[in-house]
Design a protein around this ligand. Structure first.
Ligand SMILES: CC(C)(COP(=O)(O)OP(=O)(O)OC[C@H]1O[C@@H](n2cnc3c(N)ncnc32)[C@H](O)[C@@H]1OP(=O)(O)O)[C@@H](O)C(=O)NCCC(=O)NCCS
Length: 327
């Protein structure tokens, strides 16, 4: 007997976005009371003026819940209509259960498919690519894709080369069927030989020991400004969009100088809006792209229906990106 195959939607789209940010603002002056550095050095080398860290009672899960509630409300759907939950996070303390099932429980979802993915700063675009494929294959109808991180709990405060980079936040989108193309092909891949370049695998020798981030910053910088700049170009080309047709560029918010270098490589016109969320958020890994999308839409710098290029890259090393229509 032939197996019955579901009929999917012809296209998928991002229906809505929601965000939540750690409520404690830590500016560079405060950061420099903790590490041997200066606000000027941090600003010039990264473009970070301040970052958000969690306050008492906030966790990667509570941020994910807040961002998801906003995204679902803005989608006009009920929580029961979300049939799949995908979270990208490197900040979850449990190997199991996943943060996705904890989130589904908090949101009161009856029985969604729910799982976490570990693709660090590329995780949001990995999730968007999977959700797009699931909706078009007929295996899901409405997918909640979340990036949520509390990286302030994983920094090594004695390491002045990384401690100032990272922040806390969550971004969520709802992806469902659409009547025209609104998510382009996902360009994704990895450089498995460079797995040691960024790791959260070192353990503090203290009573409540936790792993912390170890990163070879210069190696990541080189990779992002060469190999990943080229992949970004491919994502645009595969979607059949010329630089002139692009409205918004939203790279992972790792370093303003990486963004500038990518812009030179892509030769984007001057009127393309470029995400600079890193100024106020630092690097929030899987959350950085949806947080930047939400900030651009809320501030009016970008509008619904515009064409945006997103690209994430980070620990693994892994990368993923696609062209999307903004919700
Ligand atoms: C981390 C990063 C900001 C460092 O900037 P950089 O320009 O590469 O700086 P370097 O590591 O080459 O260090 C340059 C000098 O500044 C010093 N330095 C490092 N951290 C410093 C700090 N916080 N304050 C002052 N000086 C610092 C170094 O000791 C070095 O001094 P030296 O030349 O005397 O040896 C940069 O490499 C980066 O952003 N990399 C990518 C990180 C990233 O994207 N990670 C996440 C991917 S998801």
């Amino acid at each position: 007997m032939p197996i019955t195959i579901p009929e999917g939607a012809k296209y998928s789209r991002i229906m809505s976005v929601g965000a939540a940010r750690g409520s404690r603002v830590v500016d560079n002056a405060e950061m420099c009371t903790m590490i041997d550095s200066t606000p000027e050095w941090i600003e010039q080398r990264t473009g970070i003026y301040e970052r958000r860290w969690v306050a008492e009672g906030e966790t990667a899960l509570t941020l994910a819940v807040d961002a998801s509630r906003k995204a679902i409300e803005r989608s006009g759907l009920s929580v029961e209509q979300i049939d799949t939950v995908i979270i990208s996070t490197v900040s979850h303390y449990m190997n199991t259960p996943s943060m996705a099932t904890l989130l589904a429980n908090e949101l009161g979802m009856p029985e969604p498919a729910a799982f976490d993915i570990s693709a660090a700063c590329a995780g949001f675009s990995y999730g968007v690519g999977m959700a797009d494929a699931l909706v078009r294959a007929g295996n899901a109808t409405h997918v909640l894709v979340v990036g949520s991180e509390v990286l302030s709990e994983y920094i090594d405060i004695t390491d002045r080369s990384t401690a100032f980079l990272f922040g806390d936040g969550a971004g969520a989108v709802v992806i469902g069927p659409g009547d025209q193309p609104a998510i382009g092909p996902t360009v994704w891949g990895s450089d498995p030989t460079a797995h040691e370049v960024i790791e959260i695998d070192h353990w503090r020798e203290v009573e409540d020991g936790r792993p912390y981030i170890h990163m070879e910053g210069r190696a990541v910088f080189r990779w992002a400004t060469t190999a990943i700049a080229q992949k970004t170009k491919e994502a645009l080309e595969l979607a059949g969009i010329t630089p002139e047709e692009l409205d918004v560029f939203i790279p992972h918010q790792a370093n303003n100088r990486i963004t500038d270098s990518m812009l030179r490589h892509l030769k984007l016109p001057e009127d393309v809006v470029v995400a600079r969320d890193i100024h106020h958020m630092g690097n929030t890994s899987a959350a950085s792209i949806p947080l930047a999308i939400e900030a651009l839409l809320e501030s009016g710098q970008a509008t619904s229906g515009q064409t945006a290029l997103i690209i994430g890259f980070g620990a693994g090393l892994v990368y993923a990106g696609q062209v999307i229509t903004l919700p």
